[in-house]
Design a protein around this ligand. Structure first.
Ligand code: ASP
Length: 340
């Protein structure tokens, strides 16, 4: 399914007028910009084989290619975000869609959200078990319902009514994530702490399109061994995802409980809006200062209305990349010297 098959694909909207003409003259706007993440955590060279590293880099490059093609051709930020995220949801490397982590009960419960910066419209789904591409369901909530967040069986019913592709829950099974669940349970039984860094992942994309609109989207399986239909930050607008044409579009990854308590995505936007911080300054204040003091590990990707990009994380690594005219980068480790 494409978003246009929902019958309400986002239309290019009016170009935003720069609020500060002077600074705009000094700093040319990027025609378009796209940034992605595939999760943050203890991602270290010593734990990665060459084959794994190549697979991650090529998946991130593929995701960027798909999104850039849409933006270059004049597609909207929303279309780019959805199609980019779908490539990662379909790839077992990432904790989203196929490849999602398991709950304590041995299920895969998926969360996703999307927000458009032009009118602050948003859609989220939580805890679905049979929607192949949760980001499409989140967009359907935005475009086709009067709600922002729907969950569980109701969200599955809605996805069915919207004609989204449904799958058997076993579609989400992967050996790797099943083993992680067994390991997490063993550690729990032995009263050994399981590093939260080994329990999560998530994918996200943020984009600026040629019409000056910003969109942010995020999709996840949540955290390994989660219980009680737990949701993290991903389906919570303002926590894991936020977009506002006046400031930025942000998608987060990390220990969701902290990202919810610190409303990370909205906080970055608010610092830009009310304190006139740049995207980098605001991201660093929240991720490298506030979250670090609180003990919340993870990171964010962001793009502002000028096409500036921030990829900021306080964990050892974050799968990440961005592309804009004439520039492209894909990185994994904190001290990554490769650029593709
Ligand atoms: N933030 C996600 C959650 O808590 C997990 C992650 O990003 O790794 O569900």
């Amino acid at each position: 399914m494409t978003i246009s098959s929902l019958g309400c694909g986002p239309q290019p909207k009016a170009i935003n007028q720069p609020s500060d003409q002077k600074s705009d003259e000094l700093k040319p706007k990027a025609d378009y910009a796209l940034a992605i993440h595939g999760g943050a955590g203890i991602i270290l060279r010593k734990n990665m084989t060459e084959v794994q590293e190549t697979a991650y880099r090529s998946a991130l490059n593929h995701a960027l290619n798909v999104g850039e093609k849409i933006l270059k051709a004049g597609g909207t930020a929303t279309e780019a975000v959805i199609e980019t995220i779908k490539t990662m949801e379909d790839n077992a490397l990432f904790n989203a869609g196929h490849g999602a982590v398991f709950t304590n009960e041995g299920k895969n419960e998926l969360d996703a959200s999307i927000m458009e910066g032009q009118d602050l419209n948003a859609g989220s789904i939580g805890g679905v078990t049979n929607v192949r591409n949760p980001i499409e369901a989140a967009y359907a909530v935005l475009a086709k319902s009067e709600h922002v967040l729907i969950t569980g069986k109701g969200a599955e019913q809605f996805a069915k009514e919207q004609g989204l592709t449904l799958v058997e829950p076993s579609y989400f099974y992967t050996d790797r994530r099943w083993k992680s669940l067994q390991k997490a349970k063993e550690s729990e039984q032995k009263n050994q702490p399981v590093s939260v860094d080994t329990k999560h992942g998530t994918v996200g994309a943020v984009a600026l399109d040629k019409y000056g609109n910003l969109t942010a989207g995020t999709s996840t399986g949540g955290m390994t061994n989660k219980r009680y239909n737990r949701f993290g930050d991903v389906p919570i607008i303002g926590a894991g995802t936020y977009a506002n044409n006046a400031s930025c579009a942000i998608s987060c990854t990390g220990h969701g409980e902290y990202f919810m308590r610190y409303t990370v995505a909205h906080d970055i936007s608010a610092l830009m809006e009310y304190k006139n911080m740049t995207l980098d300054e605001a991201s660093e204040e929240v991720v490298l200062n506030k979250l670090v003091k609180a003990g919340g590990s993870g990171g964010i990707i962001g793009v502002d209305k000028e096409g500036n990009i921030s990829l900021t994380f306080n964990s050892p690594g974050m799968y990440r990349g961005y592309v804009k005219p004439g520039e492209r980068s894909v990185k994994i480790y904190g001290d990554d010297d490769a650029d593709h």
